[in-house]
Ligand binder design. Structure first.
Ligand SMILES: [Zn+2]
Length: 257
């Protein structure tokens, strides 16, 4: 399984910044996990292949690129873009984004080949079969309805928290897996902003350290969804934890398991 975080924020010379605003991960160049920067940064191959977008929750940094992605492809789609989300996430998109005011309600529009956008609703605990991948949705602990996933192909298994505060069910599910190749876990704020992290249901490096005591696998651990304004201090505090298999996921890099 290959996974890549698409870039959304750039340095003066055009290279990807370490300080990323948006979350969109592409798996095997054909399935998008969240859509923050999907329209802006997908490669031509990814744009051609991706017809399934799996959403963890409806916060803007995870969906910002979705309306433009559908818009870009509107005239050329031969099959609809399938957006997989919980009921609450789909409702948020229809009420607040695809509402004819912010953007067209693509779910009601067609091109010459038919529908351009379809919603596929799932519940927590459900396993989605998408292409050659299986996504099992798992409860996490964020301010709005949010899921993490245990994602498998024939050869490998990874776990993905999306945005979250401290969790229990997620760890039970992850620890029940026979083996785990990697875990991607958020750490949004530095320790000095623990109050804000608490209110907004995010982790700090200190809280992350606590969470990782619940993990029973010895696989690589990659930090995701760091707030760009605090990236430097979060990075320092994470290296201060001295956990050898823990690092921040690099934007643009292709990880393979
Ligand atoms: Zn969020």
């Amino acid at each position: 399984m290959k996974l890549q975080l698409l870039p959304s924020t750039f340095e003066k010379d055009g290279s990807a910044s370490l300080k990323q605003h948006l979350a969109s991960f592409v798996i095997d160049d054909c399935v998008a996990l969240d859509a923050g920067s999907l329209a802006m940064s997908a490669t031509p191959l990814q744009r051609k292949n991706i017809r399934d977008v799996v959403l963890t929750h409806a916060h803007l940094d995870h969906i910002a690129g979705l309306p433009l992605f559908v818009d870009d492809l509107f005239a050329t789609l031969e099959s609809p873009i399938r957006v997989h989300g919980q009921q609450e996430v789909i409702e948020s998109l229809e009420n607040h984004i695809f509402n004819w005011e912010i953007y067209p309600r693509f779910s009601e529009l067609t091109n010459e080949n038919g529908s351009v956008l379809e919603y596929h609703k799932f519940s927590i605990g459900e396993t989605l079969a998408i292409k050659h991948l299986k996504f099992r949705s798992v409860s996490v602990n964020h301010k709005v309805p949010t899921v993490g996933f245990i994602i498998k192909d024939e050869a490998s298994t990874i776990a993905f928290t999306s945005d979250t505060s401290k969790m229990s069910e997620f760890w039970n599910e992850v620890n029940n897996e026979k083996s785990l190749d990697a875990i991607l876990i958020e750490c949004a704020f530095p320790n000095g902003l623990a109050n804000l992290a608490g209110i907004s249901h995010h982790l700090t490096p200190k809280a992350l350290e606590q969470e990782l005591t619940k993990l029973r696998h010895g696989c690589p651990i990659y930090v995701i969804n760091v707030k760009p304004m605090y990236r430097d201090s979060v990075a320092d505090e994470i290296s201060g934890l001295e956990i050898p298999n823990l690092s921040i996921l690099e934007v643009g890099k292709i990880y393979e398991w």
